[in-house]
Design a protein around this ligand. Sequence first.
Ligand code: COA
Length: 155
Amino acid sequence: MPIAADVELGPRVRFHQPDLVNVYGCSIGADTTIGPFVEIQRGVRIGERCKISSHSFICEGVTLEDEVFVGHGVIFVNDKEPRAAVDGRLANSGDWRLLPTLVRRQARLGSGAVVMGGITIGIGAMVGAGAVVTRDVENGGVVAGAPARLLRMTS
Ligand SMILES: CC(C)(COP(=O)(O)OP(=O)(O)OC[C@H]1O[C@@H](n2cnc3c(N)ncnc32)[C@H](O)[C@@H]1OP(=O)(O)O)[C@@H](O)C(=O)NCCC(=O)NCCS
């Protein structure tokens, strides 16, 4: 089911191609738009007037406040040391530690950015295309590169 029945949708949320997303167990605020080939996992909270571009992966533990822009192919990470199997059996939900991530209001994430878990991206901050964000980004900070470093403050 592309948009599961347990998704809480605010008014006027728009999916450009609802049959081409995988969205479950999350909440999405009013007027937010979501492109095709996006996965949004259980427990994710997305605010109002956000834009989520195609091919992005928003995993459990992520919160996006209002008016956040997510570019194409942005990947969030919530498990720093993933394992397929433990002691000869498939790993399950008890075998890993979820690292929550908060993206504050009006932040912008460039296409292809990877956001490691346990991070806060500050109000109005800008993450460059292709960045690997490994540390918190201060309010209004513009960061780029792998690992992402501060280029300047927003003007
Ligand atoms: C990060 C960004 C905001 C910086 O823009 P800017 O402040 O105008 O920076 P400049 O283009 O003047 O570049 C400044 C320096 O940062 C480098 N740089 C710029 N963007 C970079 C990026 N994404 N990754 C790595 N380095 C980057 C430049 O090479 C330059 O380095 P130099 O001084 O050694 O020559 C912008 O380049 C960017 O990546 N925006 C995201 C766009 C996007 O993904 N949009 C999504 C929808 S299409």
